[in-house]
Design a protein around this ligand. Structure first.
Ligand SMILES: [Zn+2]
Length: 249
């Protein structure tokens, strides 16, 4: 009796996993071994750009020329958010309107999420973590702001997000406190700008990247807690190819 009910339990777990994998959720890619970044482009036809793309992210930023874009206008405010562990990262989803204006384009903040170590590197230096603020304009174009995080003092926003991480994968948990995304950014917002891609499958290109030059702090314990929850999740840097990096000053 006991044994058979356990077997039924296992069978339904397997079925659930298969149904999950077949539903279009990319449950199989990861960051090491046969499902690691070197294999993403071969895993599915939809992931081909991960291998064939010429403007892939992340990159190492080691030289930059003065660009035309000098600033990003931030229109961020304290907002209700939901926290999610999607199995690859911890993500904070925004419902309220937070926007940035770059040149003539307005982009709406969808979410931010984290990587450890940082994905982009500056002069070959990887930081302890990197936060990605993902924005979309009404043409569906993406602008991602990368914020480097260096081990030092603990970060209060990170504390409240980590405390709300749901045990279950892909289950959103509302945070009781509101978050102002600018509280997770440095005061000075000089940036590097380049064209790139999503750093996860399907590695779609056409993403406008802005990596802020100044880092913020996160404690070593906060980094450790993140890695204990989702593991290290940085795609290695990709070839720059014909691209160049512009700097805001
Ligand atoms: Zn990211």
């Amino acid at each position: 009796m006991h044994r058979s009910s356990r077997l039924i339990g296992l069978a339904s777990v397997c079925f659930a996993l298969n149904a999950f994998a077949g539903s279009g959720h990319d449950a199989h890619w990861g960051y090491s071994g046969e499902t690691g970044p070197d294999h993403w482009g071969m895993m599915k036809p939809e992931f081909a750009t991960c291998a064939s793309g010429q403007e892939q992210s992340p990159i190492d930023i080691s030289s930059a020329n003065k660009g035309d874009l000098v600033k990003i206008d931030f229109n961020y405010k304290a907002s209700p958010v939901k926290v999610l562990n999607n199995g690859h990262t911890i993500q904070v989803n925004f419902g309220a309107e937070n926007t940035i204006k770059i040149g003539s384009q307005t982009y709406k903040l969808l979410q931010f999420h984290f990587h450890s170590p940082s994905e982009n590197t500056i002069n070959k230096k990887a930081y302890d973590m990197e936060a990605h603020f993902v924005h979309k304009n009404d043409k569906g174009e993406l602008a991602v702001i990368g914020v480097m995080m260096q081990a030092g003092e603990a970060n209060k926003i990170v504390d409240s997000v980590w405390a709300a991480i749901p045990k279950e994968i892909n289950k959103e948990e509302a945070l009781t406190a509101q978050i102002n995304p600018s509280d997770l950014m440095p005061a000075t917002k000089q940036f590097y700008h380049f064209k790139g891609s999503l750093t996860t499958p399907p590695c779609s290109e056409g993403v406008n990247w802005f990596v802020l030059k100044d880092a913020i702090n996160v404690s070593a314990d906060q980094v450790k807690a993140f890695v204990a929850t989702v593991g290290q999740n940085a795609r290695p840097v990709q070839a720059l190819n014909k691209r160049s990096v512009a700097t805001s000053n």
